[in-house]
Design a protein around this ligand. Structure first.
Ligand SMILES: *Cc1c(COP(=O)(O)O)cnc(C)c1O
Length: 354
């Protein structure tokens, strides 16, 4: 039976990527060796790493602009501390839009003073704060572009002279932005780029080297840059699958082309949430995420019926995060429009039944 995978992460990837990845496990590069058993220093793998790094910059429109891409380990969670370790000398400014920001703030506090410029905690992170100012003497400003758990997304980033650091784990490569406004972008692969196990870090090199502390090698961006993302054994398979997904995206027409489909998908679902009296959205309309749509039933007694109908239709991964409840439909790049239509059909069928 065909499945419609709305999982928040790890998440759906293109079918052809799964196909090519599985072939490489058996016979990579037609060398009759698995990608899992060759040296990461071998020519074919070094080529994979270089391709993945250059495709990331190319798709973000950052080639030739002083940026480098790294594929590191430890998840986006390690970036919470690594960004502060490498950039925080005196004071940093953070925008608090939910669970992932809270975690980033907690780690950064270990390294210096922190100013929380604004927070949406007062309404359980159901909106994006808009009126705030960033202290001009901050070492950097950190924000989370898409709040995966609550389903909000920053539509307008602040104008500031302070270097901007952004956790884009759950919406990187999904929409067009002027990525050159950011000085450091990080993203765990498993939301919109590849399997769990690697994290993309895109750095404008000139922001490094400004802190006085000694940084352990594995946590030092300069060390990783100096070794072309091969300081230690990289996560070879996740990097390879990420490269395949980035190739798929490039062939698709890049971010501009996928953004159109992502807008169609989210419009289809949000229109139904707003039209259907049995459902309501959880977050402020203007801050709704195009990647993770959160909603609830207006009548809780229907949840068993709705869950059963979803299951029957092959829908997977629709449960809301345990801290929010309700439902969350994650519509990452590889999710086809057709899957969103199946969900909308089930929502309408529930309305007719109730
Ligand atoms: C999932 C997620 C993380 C955590 O990623 P890990 O790779 O599990 O450490 C951080 N930030 C955001 C926005 C996320 O969606």
């Amino acid at each position: 039976m065909k499945k419609h995978n709305f999982s928040a992460g790890p998440c759906i990837l293109p079918q052809e990527v799964f196909q090519k990845a599985s072939e490489a496990v058996l016979n990579f590069n037609n060398d009759h060796l698995s990608i899992l058993e060759i040296s990461h220093r071998s020519k074919p793998f070094v080529a994979v790493m270089e391709k993945a790094r250059s495709l990331a910059l190319e798709l973000l429109g950052l080639e030739g602009k002083g940026y480098k891409a790294l594929f590191l380990q430890g998840g986006a969670s390690t970036q919470f501390l690594m960004t502060a370790y490498n950039l925080l000398e005196n004071k940093a400014a953070y925008l608090n839009t939910g669970t992932w920001s809270v975690k980033a703030i907690k780690e950064a506090k270990l390294f210096g003073d922190l100013v929380e410029v604004a927070s949406s905690k007062d309404k359980n992170f159901t909106y994006i704060p808009k009126e705030y100012s960033i202290p001009a003497d901050a070492d950097y400003f950190h924000c989370t572009s898409n709040n995966t758990i609550f389903g909000t997304q920053i539509k307008h980033f602040p104008e500031t002279e302070v270097p901007m650091v952004c956790d884009m784990s759950s919406d990187i490569f999904s929409r067009q932005l002027d990525f050159s406004k950011f000085d450091l972008i990080y993203a765990g692969a498993q939301k919109n780029m590849g399997p769990a196990g690697t994290t993309l870090v895109v750095i404008k090199e000139d922001i490094l080297g400004k802190v006085s502390r000694t940084i352990p090698s594995m946590l030092d961006y300069k060390v990783h840059l100096g070794k072309d993302s091969m300081f230690n054994t990289p996560a070879v398979f996740p990097v390879y699958v990420s490269m395949l997904t980035l190739e798929w995206l490039k062939d698709f027409g890049g971010i501009a082309a996928i953004e159109k489909i992502n807008e169609q998908k989210s419009a289809l679902l949000y229109n139904e949430i707003d039209r259907n009296p049995l459902f309501k959205g959880i977050v402020a309309t203007e801050d709704r995420s195009h990647m993770n749509a959160t909603f609830t039933l207006t009548n809780d007694t229907l949840s068993e019926t709705f869950d059963a109908m979803c299951k029957e239709a092959g829908i997977n991964g629709l449960n809301g995060h345990r801290s929010v409840g309700g439902y969350r439909a994650s519509m990452y790049n590889a999710l086809p429009l057709e899957s969103v239509q199946v969900l909308v059909d089930v929502m309408q069928a529930l309305e007719h039944k109730a």
